[in-house]
Design a protein around this ligand. Structure first.
Ligand SMILES: *[C@@H]1O[C@H](CO)[C@@H](O)[C@H](O)[C@H]1NC(C)=O
Ligand SMILES: *[C@@H]1O[C@H](CO)[C@@H](O)[C@H](O)[C@H]1NC(C)=O
Ligand SMILES: *[C@@H]1O[C@H](CO)[C@@H](O)[C@H](O)[C@H]1NC(C)=O
Ligand SMILES: *[C@@H]1O[C@H](CO)[C@@H](O)[C@H](O)[C@H]1NC(C)=O
Ligand SMILES: *[C@@H]1O[C@H](CO)[C@@H](O)[C@H](O)[C@H]1NC(C)=O
Length: 556
């Protein structure tokens, strides 16, 4: 804004009115440190933010400006990403390794972002190394602006529920295991808001409800790899929001939630006043593991929770069918008003012609004896110079090649190439992305910078005729999707946000070992209409450190 506001009186006037109408600012100062936590009941090293695990909440409203000054007091580099926050025109602060230089130990960096045209439930987490396994994550709740009606009555209160599988080995040990070419294998347990609980243990209530009132539970799966199912003893849940979209308000006994996904449910305290278990159990894992938390009633008189838990949903083939059915019941409420990003793609997305189809097949293999994961035969490796900065400074050819990966999997599916995986995407193209999973494990994917319409999930292989099965009317606009074993999933989106955007497996071992890529969405005009300038105090590293700055974007 600053640079564009200098030239003429007319422009000055326009800028002045822009400033007057400016959206509110929220300021945060975060100290990121190691500290002792006991998620599984015994002390170990965790990553805290301002002493907290999970980290502090960003509670904001659509269009707020969020300023977070992050002090890295760890002994290793740090970057935080804001999963689901679209960073319109601003991939500079997306917090992935391909967009930013890490915050070095003992230094600080200020993220300046705006939650433009978004509402909903999101979270932040560290993208550096395996730090996500040690904490460093926390909630981002984005409320509707006052004048925008919300399609349900204001709840008595809101509760953030953070579900995560947990490894007892510290994040540095986990990183060493992956770096040496092995798998971190199965987690040791699962925790709710950083705590593991067993039926019968004396557990402090996680939340307390007042009889007769309705509460909004904002639930996220921030784990490393495990899909979960969650359910309240004796209470149903009304689904109202999923990753930024108001949904049709169906009622569920239990819900599957895959890694990287968030949703909101309403729960009414309309049962006998006493304690109840909230149960979380793993999905599609050979041996189920689970945890419980206590939800109490304010006038519950200390009556303890019944040890009889609500049943787990089916597993194996039947369980997959159950879960796919549940996915299909998730529908966007088309009449609910809300802030909507991606204006081009928002309405009638079913009538937009697809300009590009990208079919991605994931694979697991050993390259020189080391475990790697790949998409269409390319296993992504991070670069010392962030991809976005290399591109902006005009030295991309020294750092990566575009389009090493094809839009379809290679014929001889065996060979795996290790390279930065950057897809040259055309600004404003309406793309269809098909994820096909030939492996026996469930997958989950997340796209930065955009939301997409999750139009279909089916068993088997995808083919163009499957398009007739797409939900082209009211698919939920979201930023993550699961892909069941030997199944496929299709999403559609307009790549209308200029920047460098990570599409990754949300299962962190897989992302870390290569199952991810970046979409380079370049605005041909280098115009401020399409993309913000590189922020003033942006840290530079790798080959761009010390280079002279490219001319800033201009115009509108
Ligand atoms: C979060 O923000 C909303 C909307 O401004 C407000 O109603 C609510 O009280 C806030 N919650 C907390 C915990 O600060
Ligand atoms: C680091 O924090 C100080 C305030 O303590 C602030 O003035 C400065 O701008 C911050 N640096 C960066 C790069 O954000
Ligand atoms: C959709 O939103 C509208 C408008 O807020 C609301 O009246 C309606 O109940 C919602 N429909 C469903 C099925 O949830
Ligand atoms: C989509 O493609 C069809 C056939 O190629 C064409 O007739 C139609 O006008 C296109 N629609 C839009 C919205 O561009
Ligand atoms: C990316 O694709 C566009 C058109 O699709 C082309 O004009 C451009 O040269 C490509 N850029 C690179 C770096 O390959």
């Amino acid at each position: 804004m600053g640079r564009a506001c200098a030239t003429s009186a007319v422009v000055l006037l326009l800028c002045l009115s822009a400033v007057i109408a400016e959206d509110p600012y929220l300021f945060f100062t975060w100290k990121v440190t190691y500290g002792t936590i006991s998620p599984m009941g015994f002390p170990q090293q965790g990553i805290l933010i301002n002493g907290q695990f999970p980290g502090p909440m960003i509670n904001c409203t659509s269009n707020n400006n969020i300023i977070v000054n992050v002090f890295n007091e760890l002994d290793e580099p740090l970057l935080l990403t804001w999963s689901g926050i679209q960073q319109r025109k601003n991939s500079w602060v997306d917090g992935t390794i391909g967009t930013m230089c890490p915050i070095m130990p003992g230094t600080n960096f200020t993220y300046k972002m705006q939650v433009k045209d978004q509402i909903g439930t999101y979270f932040y987490f560290p993208t550096t190394g395996l730090q996500r396994a040690a904490g460093g994550y926390g909630p981002i709740n984005v409320h509707s602006r006052d004048l925008i009606p919300v399609p349900f009555d204001s709840p008595a209160d809101e509760f953030n529920v953070f579900i995560s599988d947990w490894y007892n080995k510290g994040h540095k040990t986990l990183k060493k295991i992956l770096d040496s070419g092995h798998t971190i294998a199965r987690p040791d347990g699962v925790v709710i808001n950083g705590k593991h609980g067993k039926v019968g243990d004396k557990i402090d209530p996680l939340f307390t409800m007042e009889a007769g009132k309705t509460y909004r539970y904002r639930v996220c799966n921030v784990g490393m790899r495990t899909s979960v199912n969650f359910r309240f003893k004796g209470h149903t849940m009304t689904l109202v929001e999923m990753e930024g979209s108001h949904t049709i308000q169906n009622v569920y006994d239990s819900l599957d939630l895959h890694v990287g996904q968030c949703l909101s449910v309403l729960v009414t305290a309309d049962k006998e006043p006493k304690d109840y278990y909230l149960v979380v159990s793993s999905r599609f894992f050979k041996q189920e593991f689970s945890t419980v938390a206590i939800i109490s009633y304010a006038n519950g008189n200390g009556i303890t929770a019944s040890p009889e838990l609500p049943p787990s949903p089916p597993e194996n083939t039947e369980g997959i069918a159950w879960s796919i059915n549940q996915f299909r019941s998730f529908r966007w409420n088309l009449t609910a008003s809300a802030a909507r990003p991606n204006p081009q793609g928002s309405y009638h997305y079913g009538q937009i012609n697809i300009t590009r189809t990208i079919k991605l097949v994931n694979s697991k293999s050993y390259v020189d004896g080391k475990l790697r994961y790949a998409l269409n035969g390319v296993s992504h490796i991070n670069t010392d110079t962030p991809l976005k900065l290399a591109e902006y400074f005009g030295i991309s050819e020294k750092v990566f090649k575009y389009d090493i990966m094809g839009d379809t999997p290679p014929e001889n599916g065996e060979k795996v190439t290790l390279a930065p995986n950057v897809v040259n995407a055309t600004f404003r193209n309406f793309v269809e992305i098909v994820f096909e999973n030939h492996e026996k494990t469930i997958q989950t994917y997340h796209l930065d910078g955009h939301s997409f319409f999750a139009v279909a999930i089916e068993a088997g292989r995808w083919s163009p005729e499957k398009r007739k099965n797409y939900n082209l009317v009211d698919a939920v606009s979201r930023h993550s999707i699961q892909v069941y074993p030997n199944s496929w999933a299709a999403v559609m989106t307009t790549l209308d946000n200029a920047g460098m955007w990570n599409l990754r497996s949300d299962m962190w071992e897989r992302a870390y070992l290569g199952q991810q890529l970046y979409f380079s969405v370049l605005s041909p005009e280098r115009s401020l209409r399409d993309e913000h300038n590189l922020p003033d105090k942006q840290q530079l590293c790798g080959l761009v450190k010390g280079m002279s700055m490219p001319p800033p974007y201009s115009g509108f």
